[in-house]
Design a protein around this ligand. Structure first.
Ligand code: E4P
Length: 220
């Protein structure tokens, strides 16, 4: 399963990349705003800075446009910035049409704001490179977000769709583990959820014992 980091914070992207397990980056307008990135020129500079850190790993850059012609224009401009850019398009009617256009023109896409299996099926039929079901936001409204990952996996496998399931709004280490059990192709999560996978109290206490025993045997 691929690990994408879900942030526009350059230090956290660098840290995840240095850890050696990073496969890509996702951003969205809220994450860009959180880093104080405003104005189109700064947004473009920021995408380029992210691409500089991660090299040829995919970086999802979300369009703001919501009408077909504007999504195409904005998406094509984003795709021209860097070969790593994946154009992130919302799951709306004009978005699905735009994904079809981008697919036919060799531009990679990530269909975002997906909350149902039917939406995921439409994105796959339009040829999306990735589809992003939002696990955490479904959990937030007492709906089983992980069940959606399982349902989409079944549907995509039934028809051998090549669209990759990119579990988004993944917020906890258990979300990551359960997405892996369900066969998600990719998860995108904050750095804190990824590094939480490192932690186990028995690892910490076991290491402390090993080091203490080693020091004792060495007469320290
Ligand atoms: C990623 O592509 C999504 O925009 C993101 O995972 C949403 O996460 P949130 O629900 O924690 O804001």
């Amino acid at each position: 399963m691929k690990f994408f980091i879900d942030t526009a914070n350059l230090a956290q992207i660098q840290e995840a990349h240095d850890l050696g397990v990073l496969d890509g980056v996702t951003t969205n307008p809220s994450l860009m705003a959180k880093e104080g990135i405003t104005g189109q020129d700064n947004v473009i500079k920021h995408y380029l800075a992210i691409c500089d850190i991660v090299g040829d790993l995919p970086v999802s850059a979300e369009v703001i446009a919501t009408t077909y012609d504007e999504i195409i224009a904005e998406g094509e401009a984003l795709a021209k910035l860097h070969s790593s850019i994946v154009v992130k398009v919302p799951m709306i009617k004009d978005g699905v049409k735009a994904i079809k256009y981008f697919t036919q023109n060799g531009i990679k896409t990530n269909c975002t704001l997906v909350f149902s299996a039917g939406q995921a099926l439409l994105a796959a039929k339009a040829g999306a490179t990735y589809v992003s079901p939002f696990v955490g936001r479904l959990d937030d409204i007492s709906t089983d977000g992980l069940q959606l990952i399982e349902d989409i996996r079944l549907i995509f496998d039934n028809y051998a769709y090549e669209t990759q399931i990119l579990a988004a709004s993944v917020r906890t280490p258990m979300h990551i583990i359960n997405c892996a059990k369900m066969g998600s192709d990719v998860i995108t999560a904050p750095l804190s959820a990824i590094t939480a996978l490192l932690k186990h109290p028995l690892t910490d206490s076991g290491l402390a014992t090993f080091l203490a025993d080693h020091a004792k045997a060495a007469g320290k």
